[in-house]
Design a protein around this ligand. Structure first.
Ligand code: NAD
Length: 496
């Protein structure tokens, strides 16, 4: 048996809510199934309205308790301790992420859990080195004034996260919220509850005062997620997930005029100019389209290639996509795991069908792979490439969130920029070119929150991250997270 499959056997099989420093039983629970082979992995608490209320009230009480007295240095120390404990239990976190999602083991190690740790370390360091703002001014009557800005926690922050990068995206919000002195009620996705439960164990053992971090499991609509967003004692909601869910949450918080930060869906483009380093561009697009089986919000689903290299590019990407090895992460050499669930696979397959109806040429893939083993009960689809669709096709405009991209030729820079920007989404884009000025020029004209030039998914956590249009609202990362998770007060003092 694979080592990580064995570690996964030892993970908790009953995942409970964590409220006010304790794991508590729930009245209802639901099964979590493996996307690798369909077997039941665990029973997960379904938080009812009373549990959500208890978690929010515990978080509110914690705002008045010892947590309030923590200095910045003490908060930073606690965050580093949490990071140390995740490091100590690294293999369990890897096993949890792999079992819940089926992602390749190497990816869970290098990306997911490593980033979970650095989220805590980065915000610990940022909060301890942050500097304030101070302005001297003279009033209309000649008085001299000193203005300085203080930061207070917002209070109780609700964190709602998706399944595609479970620990990474949860800690991306929990770490800065705690760094700024808030208390948190977190609701991870119902599809990926295990690493969040391990995080609650780590936080319980880190010495954080009771109630500062609470975890509620459960579903979204008419369930824990919705009740959290509607709770009157919540001060802010930070959410990562689908654009439609973001819109629902925005309505839910409107009456209370709550702060929100939204990281939502995308339909991200890559532009490959004929002057690009061909090999690097093909490899970059392969990675950006198919990593995590296409289930990363920043994955490329639209590829625009300059006409003179179009045929060669399609042929080379096809060869490399067909060399990807789809299957169980517990087998060696596997590069591509399953969709998160059979429901999500059905959604992806519905787009595979729609693409053909819309007139796509299926260059490769488009089906469910056959294994003749337990993976046939899993949620796998083949890496898929389409060409030949018009820009108006639904498959070129709607987020599929699977291992698929559409490749289209272009002739001119202005034309491709206009086509890339002709999207309801605005999360991320890549430009592949060796022409320095063109790289900068095109990047500056693209309407997305991040543009990579000759790179993809390189993230410096001090930089702003978020999306334009349907892809989000607000920015997180570095000081932008610190701004979101704190309330600023300007104090203006007459000094003479
Ligand atoms: P989702 O919106 O279905 O669910 C996300 C979370 O919201 C889950 O915890 C879910 O239980 C909860 N939820 C659902 N309905 C809710 C409601 N009415 N009220 C409160 N909570 C509710 O998204 P998903 O399928 O888990 O994740 C995939 C989506 O997330 C894709 O669209 C992807 O692009 C997006 N995403 C965006 C980013 C980003 O940084 N922009 C990162 C990762 C994923």
């Amino acid at each position: 048996m694979d080592y990580y499959a064995e570690v996964a056997e030892g993970l908790p099989k009953r995942l409970r809510n964590f409220i006010d420093g304790e794991f508590v039983e729930s009245v209802q629970s639901f099964p979590k199934f493996s996307p690798i082979d369909g077997r039941e992995l665990s029973h997960v608490a379904e938080a009812d309205a009373a549990a959500v209320d208890a978690a929010v009230r515990a978080a509110r009480r914690a705002q008045q308790g010892p947590w309030r007295q923590y200095t910045t240095a003490q908060r930073a120390e606690t965050l580093h301790r949490i990071a140390d404990s995740i490091q100590d239990r690294f293999d369990e976190f890897v096993a949890a992420e792999v079992a819940d999602t089926g992602r390749p083991i190497a990816q869970a190690k290098a990306l997911d859990i490593a980033r979970g740790i650095s989220n805590f370390r980065t915000f610990a360091d940022l909060v301890s080195t942050a500097h304030g703002e101070c302005f001297e001014s003279v009033g209309a009557d000649g008085t001299q004034l000193l203005n300085y800005v203080t930061r207070k926690p917002l209070g109780v922050v609700g964190v709602i996260s998706p399944w595609n990068l479970p620990l990474l995206l949860l800690t991306w919000k929990v770490a800065p919220a705690l760094a700024m002195g808030n208390s948190v009620v977190a609701k991870p996705s119902e599809e990926s509850p295990t690493s969040a439960t391990l995080l609650a164990e780590v936080i319980r053992d880190s010495g954080l005062p009771n109630g500062v971090f609470n975890l509620i499991h459960g579903h979204g609509p008419n369930a824990a997620g919705e009740w959290l967003t509607k709770h009157p004692e919540i001060d802010a909601i930070t959410f990562t997930g689908e654009s439609r869910t973001g819109s629902t949450i925005m309505k839910a918080v409107a009456n209370g005029v709550k702060n929100v930060s939204f990281e939502l869906g995308g339909k991200n483009a890559a532009i490959v100019f004929a002057d690009a380093d061909f090999d690097a561009a093909v490899e970059g697009v392969l990675r950006s389209s198919f990593i995590n089986a296409g289930q990363v919000c920043m994955c490329t689903e639209r590829v625009y290639v300059e006409r003179s290299i179009f045929e060669r590019f399609v042929s080379e990407l096809k060869t490399r996509a067909e060399a990807l090895r789809v299957g169980s992460p517990y087998e060696s050499g596997i590069t591509t795991g399953p969709m998160i669930s059979s429901a999500h696979r059905d959604k992806v397959l519905s787009y595979f069908k729609l693409a053909v109806e819309e007139g796509a040429n299926v260059v490769t893939g488009g089906n469910v792979p056959k294994f003749d083993n337990a993976c046939d009960n899993g949620a796998f689809v083949q890496p898929t490439i389409w060409t030949g669709l018009p820009d108006s096709a639904r498959c070129v405009n709607e987020e599929v969130f699977g291992p698929v991209c559409h490749i289209s030729p272009f002739d001119a820079e202005d034309e491709v920029v206009a086509r890339v920007n002709n999207s309801n989404y605005g999360l991320a884009a890549c430009v592949w070119t060796t022409h320095l000025a063109r790289g900068h020029r095109v990047a500056q004209r693209i309407e997305t929150g991040i543009v990579w030039v000759n790179a993809w998914y390189a993230r410096d956590l001090r930089t702003p991250f978020g999306g334009a249009k349907l892809s989000g609202f607000g920015r997180e990362g570095g000081r932008h997270s610190m701004d979101f998770y704190s309330e600023l007060t300007n104090i203006c003092v007459r000094v003479a």
